[in-house]
Write a protein that binds this ligand. Structure first.
Ligand SMILES: Cc1cc2nc3c(=O)[nH]c(=O)nc-3n(C[C@H](O)[C@H](O)[C@H](O)COP(=O)(O)OP(=O)(O)OC[C@H]3O[C@@H](n4cnc5c(N)ncnc54)[C@H](O)[C@@H]3O)c2cc1C
Length: 311
């Protein structure tokens, strides 16, 4: 990771001015055009967007650009904790290239590169390997503020019901529940709501201090010196295996740590009933199969010696 000189803020001020000018030049249609609507004296939203991650923010930006202004974006998380970047993503950088685009909607001055260079200069961007996940999170917050997106944090969608030709959404915040009416609803709730965080019953039934899901807040420092089984073979499994302190310090001769004293389950999908699960490890040596030691429901233990092995 690069050591960057702190930004003076002047570059960012100039960039924000450039964004305003570009938006002004592309201001067509000029006025909001959707007729406002009320039901029993209550204003109806044109669009309610649930989720202020990059997906929800991009939808909101596009709607405002098209002058559909009567919108609201809600997110259950507090400001700055939307999505995985400062929560359950453990890696230091994004996996995408640093030139990734998307939330900018095609405006060069709204790209990550423009935001980064405005603060640190072009040479720093050239030297950058990949985008630090915290920088990506800050960039998304900057987009949201610069475009004045109407986001309400700490508000969770609890239910949706039809209300004639409208939709009634029940929202809950720290003060209680309220129902809002909307013409359209966009669900941009990310990985978290595309299913549910799931663990095999045998793992879920372990005492909470002995197991975690990758979606949980995990105190990795407390795992130091313990044997940790990472169950799963996808990106989150490697992400968490790399973050577990004892894994990074393992000796090359050590075998896959089974029996383990705790388990991290790394899958957001529910396996087919009766399917066998495979545990991959990062170690150079082959491991022994010891069924039934950690999670009796897991039938197959397979080690891939070459898989991201650093030892
Ligand atoms: C470790 C890791 C690394 C990744 N690396 C990359 C990468 O390099 N490049 C890439 O493109 N993608 C990466 N991803 C994928 C990343 O999750 C998505 O690209 C991105 O977060 C998707 O944005 P989103 O807006 O769809 O969802 P999210 O960013 O997940 O946002 C969804 C939001 O919805 C909110 N929400 C959920 N339910 C409710 C509710 N009921 N009420 C109100 N709010 C709710 C959540 O609080 C959350 O803030 C990575 C993911 C992980 C876990």
């Amino acid at each position: 990771m690069q050591d960057l000189a702190p930004s003076t803020g002047r570059g960012l001020d100039a960039l924000e001015q450039r964004v305003r000018t570009e938006l002004e030049l592309l201001k067509y249609p000029e006025l909001p055009w959707v007729p406002p609507r009320q039901v029993d004296g209550k204003a109806v939203l044109d669009v309610l967007i649930v989720g202020a991650g990059q997906g929800g923010l991009a939808v909101a930006s596009m709607l405002l650009q098209e002058r559909v202004d009567n919108i609201l974006v809600i997110d259950a998380a507090p400001r700055g904790r939307e999505g995985p970047w400062r929560t359950y993503a453990r890696m230091k950088t994004l996996r995408s290239w640093k030139t990734v685009t998307g939330p900018d909607l095609g405006f060069p001055s709204l790209t990550f590169q423009a935001w980064f260079e405005a603060q640190h200069g072009t040479a720093a961007f050239e030297a950058l390997g990949k985008i630090a996940k915290e920088d990506w999170n800050d960039y998304l917050l900057w987009l949201r503020d610069t475009l004045a997106l109407p986001v309400e944090n700490g508000t969770r969608l609890q239910g949706i019901e039809p209300a004639g030709e409208l939709l009634a959404a029940t929202l809950e915040d720290g003060r209680g529940q309220r129902v809002v009416l909307a013409r359209k609803l966009v669900l941009a709730m990310g990985i978290e709501r595309s299913g549910q965080w799931w663990m095999p019953p045998a793992v879920a039934s372990l005492p909470p201090h002995l197991r975690a899901h990758t979606g949980d807040a995990i105190d990795f420092a407390s795992l130091a010196g313990r044997r940790v089984a990472v169950l799963g073979a996808g990106a989150s499994a490697f992400d968490n295996a790399a973050a577990a302190p004892n894994c990074s310090g393992c000796s090359p001769t050590r075998q896959f740590p089974i029996p383990a004293s705790c388990a991290i389950f790394a899958s957001s999908t529910t396996p087919r009933a009766g399917a066998s699960c495979t545990i991959y490890c990062r170690f150079a040596k082959p491991c022994r199969r010891r069924p039934g030691t950690v999670a009796p429901a897991i039938e197959t233990f397979t080690c891939t010696p070459a898989a991201r092995g650093t030892n």
